[in-house]
Design a protein. Structure first.
Length: 246
């Protein structure tokens, strides 16, 4: 298999190193990742300036743009052959529920999916990042599963792995996205020059975390795998809006 790896934490992040190491013996790996941390970049493309592609000493390529830029550039201009799969991660922290809207990790996978390539976004649900190797082995297992049993259409999978040793990890659960409470208020601060600045507030706590959700699975020590789609049409409101505009 030919696999393109990307992330939103930057080409130097330990998560992408662990991912590349875990997949190196089962696939032809190319890494194209942002030159710096672009967490929260979502599905943004850089259209106001050209992008540069450089290669680091470890062989990873890096781009002065967003995660979406990285995958778009690699697939549509850099690689001689299309990859068989995109794997994004391993993210430092969860991407569950509403997080997927903002996540650069999910965005990199989404760009591959939009280009017709099966894609997986992998996140380690932790703040201490002790067990990247656990998430890397989960990614390896999913890649091998796809290689042995390909699906008939492109898929976009959002995977969240508890920060546990491999022997303590639960089973894989197929889940739906949960939902968070609204985000915490912005944090106001003063610079040394007396200017007022604002930090974006923390994500809200889980609101819909019932059985079947990604939150519920991870809290119980299981791997959460959620298939995503990109149709944003609110079909339930079509009659409402049609009547409103009549």
């Amino acid at each position: 298999m030919r696999i393109l790896l990307s992330n939103d934490d930057g080409y130097f992040a330990p998560g992408i190193e662990a991912l590349a190491k875990a997949l190196a013996d089962i696939a032809d790996i190319t890494v194209v990742a942002p030159e710096r941390d672009r967490s929260g970049a979502s599905n943004s493309l850089t259209l106001d300036r050209p992008l540069s592609l450089r290669r680091a000493a470890n062989g990873f390529y890096y781009v002065n743009g967003t995660p979406t830029d990285c995958v778009h550039l690699a697939v549509t201009g850099m690689l001689d052959e299309l990859p068989d799969m995109i794997v994004s991660g391993i993210n430092h922290g969860a991407n569950m529920g509403d997080d997927t809207v903002y996540s650069g990790t999910v965005a990199a996978a989404t760009e591959g999916y939009l280009l017709g390539i099966p894609a997986i976004a992998v996140s380690l649900v932790s703040r201490s990042d002790k067990h990247f190797e656990t998430a890397a082995q989960v990614a390896r297992r999913l890649v091998r599963q796809y290689a042995e049993k390909p699906l008939k259409e492109p898929v976009l999978l959002n995977v969240n792995v508890p920060d546990l040793p491999p022997d303590q990890l639960g089973e894989v659960r197929i889940t739906r996205l949960g939902k968070r409470h609204k985000a915490e208020p912005v944090v106001r601060a003063k610079t040394p020059r007396g200017e007022t600045v604002y930090w974006v507030g923390a994500a809200g706590s889980a609101q819909d975390a019932g059985e079947g959700t990604d939150f519920h699975a991870v809290a119980a020590g299981h791997v959460s795998v959620t298939p995503l789609q990109l149709d944003l049409t609110h079909t339930g409101q079509l009659p409402l809006i049609r009547d409103w505009l009549t």
